[in-house]
Every structure is written in structure tokens, then in C-alpha cells.
Design a protein around this ligand. Structure first.
Ligand SMILES: [Zn+2]
Length: 341
């Protein structure tokens, strides 16, 4: 049979077969069938040697042209199929932009830290400087220099954490007063935020570790009126402009006279409710005029200077401010706690 005629038939059959391909597998099958190692056109090319010598070159050219044509058709049909697949996949995977998105959750400061910063900022606004002290203190700074008598119960190792002979995990931030006064002359105006430790069994209002903010103002002629005025501003800034305050006599070793500061109840405003146990008042902090013995310990002239000091529990303020009933919830790592803010 005439090689040329046969090649033309293969060319037409291949064109039709390639056109009918629907998948990449179909394309591959067509390639094998026509131009593969044992493909119909390949076999024809092998027969070229049988052709009469005068027409061999011409037929060879035609067969190669047909091979190129089939290769080209396979390639173009293949890319058509691939394109079609891509379009289908795109249509399937279309994103529904009308669905509401998921908002990323933003982090917030913990209520304790937030209140701590807020309180420190109020006092910084009044001219106080924020300083820090170490959490491991000498027994001397934590007790003796602050005029704690030897029989005071906090000195008992059932009430405080002693870490080595003469050293204790500070039970309050007040020893920082001693450090500050020993390092400078009056006037002194500092607030000391920090963590403190006591051997308390945790319950709704006690933890073994908690934050305090200590305040100290020492100068010539500092009076109880200055203390009251300063704390009145603090109470209004932190709890709201309607907040009233009152002093109740109290005892602390390092202040004389000593007082506890109450604020008008945040829930009932003073009429009486469950939170304030019908008293209309909430206890907020301890304060007083610096005891002359404390001045003696730091080398100040107790006849020439006077001062006031106060100390507050940050968790307690956060609980009052955000209506948190149990101090332990502040440390349970439940992210819902942050919804109070
Ligand atoms: Zn109340």
C-alpha cells in the first residue's frame, strides 16, 4: 500500500481521535496510538526504507510533517483540557463573600495589671514617682525598720515565708519606703507597686501572693489633711466622681495615727446593700502618718519632717471595680475574666 495514502488516513483518524479526547488520559492514549514507540505513524516511518528511492525523501518529509502536526494537535488539545479543568475547579471553589467573617479576638490586660497601672498613673499625675523594690527582703526592712514590735504576729513563720536566715518574701510593699528614704533626703514622693507574699490559706478574699501599691510622701509640714485630700482624689479618679470617702481609726506599727479608708458603696451609693453588708461603705486601703520611729530608722530628723503613707491591695480594688466576687478567679486563667473590662 502507498505509504503516502496510509499516512493521510492516519492523519485524519488522529485529528478526529484527538478532538474527541476529554481527559489527559485520553490524550496520552492517543499519543501512544499514533506516535508512540509502536504507534501507527511510527511504524509507517519504519517502513520508509521500503519506498522507491526516488520518492523516499519526499514521503519522509510528508510523514514527518504529519507527525509534527499530530504532536501539535495533542499539545493544544491537552492545554484545552487542562484549562477546562482549572475553570471547573475555580467554579467549585468560589468563596461566598456574603458570609460574615470571624473577628480576630484582641488581647487585653489582666484586670489586676490594668487597675495597677490606672492607680499608679493617678499618683504619677499628682507628682509621685513610681519605684520598685525587691520581693525578697531583709527581715529588718520588712519588720524592724517599720516599727513592728518583736511580738507582732506577722513575724511568725506561720504567717510569713522566710527564705533564709534574716530574709523573708516581703509581706507588704512598705519595706521599699525604707530603701527609698535611706537613699535620699526629703522631700520623698513615691508609689511602689509590686507583688507580696503571705502564708494565707486561699479563700474568696485571700491569696498567698498578691499585688500592693505603697504610697509615701515625706516633707516639711505634711499633714493628715494632705493624706485625706490625696486619697479623695485617688478615690474619685478610680471609682468615679461621686465617690465619698471616710477614715476609720486603725492600728499599723509604722503609722501614727493610722486609719483605714472606706469609700461609699459602689453598688448602692451608701444606702446599704449586700456588697457593703448594709453599712453603705467599702474598705479600700490602710494609711496613716509615718511613725517617728520609722524616721529614726532611716536617719531622718523626726522633729523636722512629717509624712503620710498608704498601702492598698490591687486585687481588692480590681474586684470592687469590676464586680468580681472571688479573688481566686483572677488567677484561674479563664479568658472570660477579661470580659469584665
Ligand atoms: Zn452597698
Amino acid at each position: 500500500m502507498d505509504l503516502h495514502n496510509e499516512a493521510v488516513k492516519i492523519r485524519e483518524a488522529a485529528a478526529q481521535a484527538i478532538e474527541a479526547c476529554r481527559t489527559i488520559e485520553d490524550i496520552e492514549a492517543a499519543r501512544v496510538k499514533y506516535i508512540g514507540r509502536k504507534g501507527e505513524l511510527t511504524l509507517l516511518l519504519r517502513k520508509l526504507g521500503e519506498a522507491p528511492p526516488e520518492s523516499r525523501k519526499e514521503i519522509g518529509r510528508i510523514l514527518n510533517e504529519i507527525k509534527d502536526e499530530i504532536t501539535e494537535r495533542l499539545k493544544s488539545r491537552r492545554s484545552e483540557i487542562e484549562q477546562a479543568h482549572r475553570s471547573e475547579a475555580l467554579a467549585r471553589e468560589t468563596i461566598d463573600v456574603t458570609l460574615p467573617g470571624r473577628r480576630p479576638r484582641l488581647g487585653k490586660l489582666h484586670p489586676t495589671l490594668r487597675v495597677l497601672e490606672e492607680i499608679v498613673n493617678v499618683f504619677v499625675g499628682l507628682g509621685f514617682k513610681a519605684v520598685e523594690g525587691p520581693e525578697i527582703e531583709t527581715e529588718y526592712n520588712n519588720f524592724d525598720a517599720l516599727n513592728f514590735p518583736p511580738w507582732h504576729p506577722s513575724r511568725d513563720d506561720f504567717d510569713s515565708f522566710y527564705v533564709a536566715d534574716g530574709f523573708v518574701l516581703r509581706t507588704h510593699t512598705s519595706p521599699a519606703q525604707i530603701r527609698v528614704m535611706k537613699s535620699q533626703d526629703p522631700p520623698v514622693r513615691v508609689v511602689v507597686p509590686g507583688r507580696c507574699y503571705r502564708r494565707d490559706t486561699p479563700d474568696a478574699s485571700h491569696l498567698m501572693s498578691f499585688f500592693q501599691i505603697e504610697g509615701l510622701y515625706v516633707d516639711h509640714d505634711v499633714s493628715l489633711a494632705d493624706l485625706k485630700g490625696t486619697l479623695a482624689i485617688f478615690a474619685r479618679e478610680v471609682f468615679g466622681p461621686e465617690t465619698k470617702i471616710r477614715f476609720r481609726p486603725h492600728y499599723f506599727p509604722f503609722t501614727e495615727p493610722s486609719a483605714e479608708l472606706d469609700i461609699s458603696c459602689l453598688v448602692c451609693g451608701g444606702r446599704g446593700c449586700r456588697l457593703c453588708k448594709n453599712s453603705g461603705w467599702l474598705e479600700v486601703l490602710g494609711c496613716g502618718m509615718v511613725h517617728p520611729n520609722v524616721f529614726k530608722h532611716v536617719g531622718y530628723d523626726h522633729k523636722a519632717v512629717t509624712g503620710f503613707a498608704f498601702g492598698l491591695g490591687v486585687e481588692r480594688i480590681a474586684m470592687l471595680k469590676y464586680g468580681i466576687g472571688d479573688i481566686r478567679t483572677l488567677y484561674e486563667n479563664d479568658i472570660k475574666m477579661l470580659s469584665h473590662l
